[in-house]
Design a protein around this ligand. Structure first.
Ligand code: ATP
Ligand code: MG
Length: 425
């Protein structure tokens, strides 16, 4: 019988790599908690309509990439292609707006898109999603950009660049949309076929086209920034001033339009020069219209999503992730000795030590070799003689220094042992 393979575009994150993910998650959680963000855990399955309404039918994500199916009750269900829409659905459904204040929320987990798999692009991938709901203040825009930057920099990433733009208000975009259609219509036949489709449905998305001929045409297209109202321009100016005050470098990219329909005002992307074609690590922006569009009250919001696969690819290139360390490796042999390890290991763990028990029952020599490879600071050795005497041998693996002590003494000297382990690390 042939093996069952993982689905194309999905991958197993094996234990060595999971360490990198844990490091990313712990770093992000720490930064987010210090800025008063609270975790929310919405489901991965949602009604298909949520994404159709919340992301927009004319986007690639909804039009081409969703994992949608009918469940046994005949409902149309979709595996979330991103996190924001579900988070906003939860915000509305659970009336998190009722307090009237600002909600700072974050979530991390998988998202699903039916795309052509390649480096940094999978069908099941993971995002870290961060949102502020309930503030129109440009400081909110700057806060989330600063948090994204902080997470990436704290992780040690280099050669990052931040692009920002303003897509204005709905009204600004309407005016710009007309100007853009007027400019592009004479070139219609030269545009790539996706862009031809978008010319009437979602012309702003054409600015995002990767096609080289379309890109050439767009070079001379009117700029969104010339169509901003005074208020929109004022908002954008403040964002820029505050980013500068924080020492965060940015480039204004008037062609940066996030692919999703609900974005207003600030849009931003953080790219890495070390990622090749899939360069965007983080994408975000303001979405003042979304909560209302999904049936909630008028609540402005801004947020971002970091693509964690792309982030971990970069981190693995750096190889700076700390590996978790073991304090004791416990070896034993004999009918009396082996059962003692279960109890002693548990007692040590309750005192805060990391302990691995060798379960092989093989000769001591083989168990010692595994102890050396385990990365533990010390080896605890139990033979039947020790078991009968209620003792244990403690061997420090770096020096080879060894002593026999009673199991009670070992447990009593936890603080001394911790201090010694700390100096050895
Ligand atoms: P791209 O232009 O690379 O397709 P996108 O605009 O579709 O990105 P967003 O919807 O903004 O991406 O998602 C936010 C982030 O999630 C991206 O910047 C990227 O890091 C990550 N991401 C999106 N799609 C995938 C995928 N299929 N596999 C891995 N990561 C992804
Ligand atoms: Mg995409």
């Amino acid at each position: 019988m042939s093996n069952i393979q993982a689905l194309r575009g999905t991958r197993d994150i094996l234990p060595d790599e999971a360490v990198v993910w844990q490091h990313v998650e712990a770093t992000a959680r720490d930064i987010l908690h210090r800025a008063a963000y609270r975790e929310i855990r919405p489901p991965m399955l949602e009604q298909t309509e949520l994404f159709a309404r919340g992301i927009g039918e004319a986007t690639d994500v909804v039009g081409k990439e969703m994992y949608s199916f009918e469940d046994r009750g005949g409902r149309s269900i979709t595996l979330r292609p991103e996190i924001t829409a579900g988070l906003v659905r939860a915000f509305i459904g659970n009336k998190l707006f009722a307090s009237g204040g600002v909600q700072r929320l974050w979530h991390t987990g998988p998202a699903f898109r039916y795309e052509r798999p390649q480096k940094g692009r999978q069908r099941q991938f993971h995002q870290l999603d961060v949102e502020i709901l309930g503030s129109r203040d440009p400081r909110a825009d700057v806060e989330v950009i600063a948090i994204a930057t902080d997470i990436l920099q704290t992780l040690g990433l280099k050669s990052l660049s931040l692009d920002i733009n303003s897509v204005g208000s709905g009204a600004d975009r309407q005016a710009y949309r007309d100007a853009l259609i007027n400019y592009l219509t004479p070139y219609r036949d030269d545009l790539d076929s996706d862009s031809q489709d978008r010319l009437t449905r979602n012309p702003l998305r054409i600015l995002d086209s990767k096609d080289s001929r379309t890109q050439e045409i767009i070079q001379d297209a009117p700029s969104l920034l010339d169509h901003l109202s005074e208020d929109s321009q004022g908002h954008f100016d403040q964002v820029q001033q505050q980013l500068s005050a924080l020492g965060i470098d940015f480039t204004i990219n008037p062609r940066l339009v996030r692919g999703l329909d609900y974005y207003t005002h600030t849009a931003f992307e953080i790219m890495s020069a070390d990622l090749g074609a899939q360069a965007t690590v983080c994408g975000g922006g303001r979405y003042d219209g979304l909560v209302q569009q999904l049936g909630g009250p008028e609540v402005p919001a801004i947020g971002f999503a970091i693509g964690l696969e792309r982030l971990t690819i970069l981190l693995q290139q750096l190889q700076t992730t700390p590996t978790p360390t073991l304090d004791f490796y416990m070896v034993s042999r004999g009918e009396k000795a082996e059962p003692v390890t279960t109890v002693l290991a548990q007692q040590l763990r309750h005192q805060g030590f990391a302990v691995e028990v060798d379960l092989s029952g093989s000769v001591f020599g083989k168990q010692f070799k595994r102890a050396d490879r385990s990365g533990a600071m010390a080896c605890l050795i139990l033979g039947d003689a020790e078991a009968e005497g209620g003792t244990v041998q403690l061997k420090w693996l770096s020096s080879g220094e060894q002593a026999e002590l009673s199991q009670g003494e070992l447990l009593d000297m936890a603080d001394t042992l911790k201090a010694k382990i700390a100096t050895l690390r």
